[in-house]
Design a protein around this ligand. Structure first.
Ligand code: GUN
Ligand code: FE
Length: 454
């Protein structure tokens, strides 16, 4: 029995979530009970015992939020890969290959974040924009600057967004410009250790809403010594880790040429992989790489739109989903311009469909693509929510007892393009339309850890 006195509030809504990869659960008039700490205490539907009593008590005590018919409750979106300081760069320079884009656009911009007065409005805006797009959990790369990275953590916390924030580490003089590089491995490690402690100790961060992430930029920008020292911090602090992995031909070849190993092998050998590592992109994985990821229970942040610009190849999303490796979605701002994980989910489907059908019209239909490699809208929705939560090893992305109440309401707006026809659309149709068409104007209330943040 539920002790209703321990419940902070309830939400009554037509609810979607995806407990199983490739399936959705639609729960009409679902009552979700949220406890004082913002976690889900119970999820009830009309046939469950205690449903009517709980509903009546909460209604009498004015602790019930009713989501109107025609609107839908969804778990909040999880963005596994976003470069917060690149937000002003979104939509610029995407005609360049990765190396030139980094050197000409990204590094000069990121370097400006040493100035907190420059950083503050950008960080506020990117976190607000992600929240407006329904992203309740964001995994951020900041810049190499410790204080500005702490400012990003503080900003997310003050806006109520769940955030995983990394101070970037990069020290290879052959790849990093003199003006944007760690002064030494010792300095980088001391700063990163202080960063972990300061983020964990942020005032008001008692629930761990904001967490530090060890963040070597990628293999080319780090010396082996730095990777190994960062690996020691991962082990000592049992902390999240994020990096780029085998993102393009050039990035993949760099590791092979310099270390005689793949990115995954290099990270594993450096002690960087754990059960909450986010390996962004992961395009050119060998079977051995995938096996190693599974062994460490590490996960992939799939960034389909960015892949179309920088990857030089299509993601093996179908095979990776089937392999059982942990996988979720990332925006990769500004390697792709969209701050929406709904958009990333739609792009994951489109990306897989181009791969399935192929592109060369001179070839016969059966020889053009990789047959059977499509990803469904429901799988994409799973990656955007529960899949992302699993990569992070956090209780997010699902409406289950003990999970954090991170949620959003879809309210189709006349200003946008999402239309639901109650007589014609099944729950599955509605979910597919949401993935395809939802924009920020269609996102009404947003909660993180049981707190309304929009
Ligand atoms: N590889 C190394 N740094 C970056 C970055 O900032 N964005 C992307 N997309 N790839 C990278
Ligand atoms: Fe990236």
């Amino acid at each position: 029995m539920i002790d209703i006195t321990t419940i902070k509030f309830g939400v009554l809504a037509d609810t979607f979530h995806a407990p199983k990869k490739g399936e959705i659960e639609f729960l009409a008039d679902c009552l979700i009970l949220i406890d004082e700490s913002g976690d889900i205490a119970a999820k009830l539907t009309a046939q469950d015992t205690g449903y009517a009593e709980s509903l009546n008590t909460l209604r009498e005590n004015q602790r019930l939020t009713v989501v109107e018919k025609g609107q839908f409750l969804l778990p909040g979106m999880v963005d596994l890969h976003c470069h917060a300081p690149q937000w002003p760069q979104a939509g610029k320079g995407l005609d360049l290959p990765l190396y030139d884009w980094l050197q000409n656009y990204t590094f000069p911009l990121e370097n400006r974040f040493g100035d907190l007065a420059f950083a503050e409005p950008v960080y506020r805006d990117v976190a607000q924009t992600l929240l407006a797009n329904g992203t309740t959990s964001a995994v951020y790369f900041a810049s190499i600057h410790r204080e500005a990275s702490e400012l990003l953590a503080k900003t997310s916390l003050s806006l109520g967004q769940r955030a995983f924030v990394g101070k970037i580490n990069m020290d290879n003089p052959e790849q990093c410009p003199d003006y944007y590089r760690e002064p030494s491995v010792e300095d980088a490690i001391a700063d990163t250790e202080l960063f972990i402690q300061n983020v964990r100790g942020l005032k008001g961060n008692c629930h761990g809403l904001v967490k530090p992430v060890i963040t070597p930029r990628f293999v080319p920008s780090c010396t082996k010594t730095l990777l190994g020292e960062l690996g020691k911090l991962v082990q000592a602090y049992d902390v999240h880790m994020q990096t780029h992995c085998s993102e393009s031909d050039w990035a993949r070849d760099y590791a092979i040429q310099h270390f005689g190993k793949s990115d995954i092998e290099t990270y594993a050998e450096s002690g960087l992989l754990n059960n909450k590592s986010v390996l962004a992109h992961s395009i050119f994985l060998t079977e051995r790489d995938v096996a190693m990821m599974k062994e460490f229970d590490a996960g992939i942040g799939h960034c389909p739109l960015s892949n179309m610009y920088f990857a030089n190849a299509a993601m093996h999303t179908r095979e990776l989903l089937d392999s059982g490796v942990n996988i979720g979605l990332g925006s990769d701002i500004a390697g792709a311009p969209s701050p929406s994980i709904f958009r990333a989910a739609f792009d994951a489907v489109s990306h897989s469909r181009v791969r399935e059908e192929g592109v060369d019209t001179r070839l016969p239909a059966g020889a053009r693509g990789v047959s059977g490699s499509r990803v469904s809208f429901l799988e994409a929705f799973w990656m955007a929510t529960a899949g992302g939560g699993r990569v992070l090893n956090e209780k997010i992305g699902l409406f289950e007892n003990g999970y954090h109440f991170d949620a959003l309401v879809i309210k189709p707006s006349a200003l946008g393009n999402l239309r639901v026809w109650p007589d014609m659309d099944t729950p599955r149709d509605i979910l597919e339309k949401i993935v395809s068409l939802a924009q920020s104007c269609d996102i009404d209330s947003v909660w993180v850890q049981g707190k309304k943040v929009r």
